[in-house]
Design a binder for this molecule. Structure first.
Ligand SMILES: [Zn+2]
Length: 285
């Protein structure tokens, strides 16, 4: 089985042509999506016009967290899929996997648009869960990383209990767990919530990791919201991962070339940024 990822949007805000996080994952003939951030619906539409059969084969959408930049185009994406499905597939279920806060947000987004849909099945997931995605030959494990706002640490600690669920990263394995395919690290701060060793243990055995890392070393604030490229390079080195791809870049921050240079001393494997509409094979057999 080969697994290929088509990045639909890879940026960190709506103010950039990169859009924000959304990935279309293909395994055999079936597909699922990870996140539906800004521009996801438009980019998915472009794909579905070229390859209408894909709409029939999207089985699930996994959400990392509830922030706008990862959920904004949920309605557009669902509408696009439902419009372009062929008749026999009109009512085929699409499984949504997200934590409780995110599910609430997603349902509200459809309600605001007065969109009623009978084929969505919501599955609430939480940190530490281990589950099969729809009827696909995939097991997923989750790791929580606090997506910390720029609040003073003490205040954050007080609020933390209220925000028990936060950003979930995903690691994908075969059903029998004999193979670990790839890992997606979403927004969060390494060294604050999850340690580099925890992250390394989580992705251990993956062939590829995809890491949300937009900051440069100078922007690496202890109370920030995101990890840096060099931190994930350290994780990849600890876990012996062959390839790392970064996303969630911000064009107005440190340029990509500089970010790769900062990471290079920590990791000898293949390292690059995901690009919109440029497929990456994350598993080949
Ligand atoms: Zn984000």
């Amino acid at each position: 089985m080969n697994i290929e990822i088509l990045p639909l949007a890879v940026g960190s805000s709506n103010a950039t042509p990169l859009g924000n996080t959304s990935m279309l994952v293909k395994l055999k003939r079936e597909y699922f999506l990870i996140d539906t951030g800004y521009l996801a619906a438009l980019r998915l539409r472009e794909q579905l016009i070229k390859h209408p059969e894909v709409a029939d084969q999207i089985k699930a959408i996994l959400f990392t967290h509830q922030d706008n930049d990862h959920t904004a185009d949920y309605f557009g994406v669902i509408q696009e899929i439902s419009r372009r499905r062929s008749n026999p597939f009109k009512n085929e279920p699409i499984h949504i996997y997200a934590n409780q806060r995110t599910v609430k947000e997603l349902k509200a987004r459809l309600k605001i648009c007065n969109f009623k849909c009978s084929f969505l099945i919501y599955n609430i997931i939480k940190a530490g869960d281990f589950f099969q995605v729809a009827d696909l030959p995939l097991m997923v494990s989750t790791l929580e990383m606090d997506h910390i706002r720029r609040r003073p640490r003490k205040l954050w600690d007080k609020l933390r209990r209220k925000r028990a669920e936060d950003a979930l990263s995903f690691s994908f394995s075969s059903l029998d767990l004999s193979e670990k395919y790839f890992t997606v690290f979403t927004d969060g701060v390494l060294g604050c919530s999850a340690s580099r060793h925890e992250a390394a243990a989580f992705c251990q055995g993956s062939r590829v990791i995809l890491a949300s890392a937009m900051h440069g070393a100078k922007e690496d604030l202890p109370t920030g919201t995101h990890a840096t490229t060099y931190q994930y390079a350290q994780v990849a080195n600890l876990a012996n991962i062959p390839a790392v791809y970064f996303y969630h870049q911000e064009e107005s921050f440190t340029p990509k070339e500089q970010l790769l240079l900062e990471a290079a001393p920590f990791y000898q494997g293949e390292m690059d940024f995901l690009e919109v509409n440029q497929p990456v094979t994350v598993w080949e057999q």
